[in-house]
Design a binder for this molecule. Structure first.
Ligand SMILES: *Cc1c(COP(=O)(O)O)cnc(C)c1O
Length: 416
């Protein structure tokens, strides 16, 4: 896509971009009250209309009348693999490399533990100090459990931190605060050159930018279902284990459904081959059904088109923000180069928390991450270019009118 943006980027120019947007039709697939400008799809995606029907059907028909037979007749038992393979298509993985299971946090634990057990000579996990908290906490816990070390360094020092002691490079591709995107190919190569494996957290990448795990020879990955993939609150996460590692690495949570034949009810664990061995317990069938609907829409739109629109949305938002919001004390914190950012723009402002709360009362939903980061997730499937114009205008009006100085916006309390 990438049409050149007009010099005069006004509301009409934004409407013209919407008129030319090849993904414009997908907006109507999501429930929308017509007034809220929702720029928080990076925290929780909108509800796909078809998910309502799917959940109703699964509850009434499958659960209600097929009952326990649903495990086979309705494909419940297969659903983590079937939907996993479809997520694989979105993230550049092969069939049999992705499983829907648990939360991202639990997936991180399982993958990190498996690597450190498989590489007893290497005792260090290299990561970034500003990584997402759960990634750091899980790494700290795993290190304590297995007697290893977490080497958390600044982004620019990652290359030098990799050495012969490194078992794993653990990174989140798109930074949750700034929206900055790592060079997955170069960092994976650097880790491999040091003899280490890589574990990428795709929570802010999948459904936002094009990802090519196989192409970059990524070893392991995790990601969550409820952000850009629109799986809904409590949506399960997924794990990716490259085919070449599936024999060597072992799931540390040896549950019955990861057994080669769970229904023998054998007393000895015998690991199932392939990604099946990464199952532990029963899959969250209803939640996987809802997630599948979100994946459907992404596959229909295509990850490349989604990534291209993300690049354009973020560029437009940054240009509007520089013109209208910089003079009001904001500063764009997201990289200018479209291949170095996700589908998110972050603006620093010293009074960001109060501003975002006041802006929410004017029907613009973004969020805030301390100390000063106002975050806007521009989910490509349902965000219009005119929404960006209107949002920037309302943010400017809040600050110009001093609304953020009012007492109700200044009290402590988090924006979720
Ligand atoms: C949202 C997010 C998670 C979520 O973890 P859960 O355990 O699924 O709640 C993990 N990592 C990153 C980088 C995230 O952005």
């Amino acid at each position: 896509m990438s049409p050149r943006l007009p010099d005069n980027l006004d509301r009409n120019a934004c409407a013209a971009l919407d008129a030319r947007d090849p993904l414009a039709m997908f907006r109507d697939r999501f429930l929308n009250d017509g007034s809220t400008i929702y720029l928080d799809g990076n925290s929780m995606g909108r509800l796909p209309k078809a998910a309502v029907a799917r959940l109703q059907e699964m509850a009434e028909h499958e659960w209600g009348t097929i009952l326990v037979r649903g495990w086979t007749e309705s494909g419940w038992m297969e659903s983590p693999f079937r939907v996993g393979d479809r997520i694989g298509q979105l993230i550049g993985a092969s069939a049999g490399e992705v499983l829907v299971a648990d939360t991202t946090s639990v997936g991180l634990f399982r993958l990190m533990t498996s690597v450190l057990r498989a590489r007893p000579q290497r005792r260090v996990i290299v990561t970034e100090v500003s990584n997402f908290p759960t990634d750091l906490y899980i790494a700290q816990g795993v290190a304590e459990l297995l007697g290893c070390e977490v080497r958390a360094v600044e982004r620019g020092a990652l290359g030098n931190a990799l050495d012969g002691e490194t078992a794993l490079l653990l990174l989140t591709e798109v930074d949750f605060r700034s929206g900055e995107r790592h060079d997955m190919g170069a960092l994976t190569e650097a880790a491999h050159a040091a003899g280490a494996l890589t574990l990428w957290d795709l929570s802010h990448s999948a459904g936002a930018v094009e990802i090519r795990l196989n192409h970059h020879r990524v070893d392991l990955a995790v990601g969550c279902g409820y952000k850009y993939l629109n799986g809904g609150p409590g949506s399960p996460a997924y794990v990716y284990v490259a085919g070449a590692l599936q024999e060597e690495l072992r799931n540390p949570i040896q549950g019955w459904l990861g057994h080669d034949n769970p229904f023998l009810f054998d007393s000895e664990y015998r690991r199932a081959p392939g990604i099946r061995g990464w199952m532990s317990g029963s899959p969250p069938v209803l939640a996987i059904g809802a997630l599948d609907v979100g994946i459907d829409i992404h596959l229909e739109a295509g990850p490349r088109a989604v990534g291209e629109k993300a690049g354009l949305l973020t560029e437009v938002f940054m240009r509007l923000a520089r013109a209208r919001l910089d003079p009001l004390g904001f500063e764009v914190a997201t990289p200018a180069s479209s291949d170095r950012r996700g589908a998110q723009v972050s603006l620093r402002h010293g009074d960001g928390r109060a501003i975002m709360r006041a802006v929410a009362d004017r029907d613009v939903i973004g969020d805030f991450r301390p100390p000063d980061m106002c975050r806007f997730g521009l989910a490509p499937l349902y965000t219009r270019f005119v929404d960006l114009w209107d949002a920037v205008e309302r943010i400017a009006q809040v600050v110009e009118s001093g609304l953020n100085r009012q007492r109700q916006y200044r009290e402590e309390g988090a924006i979720p």
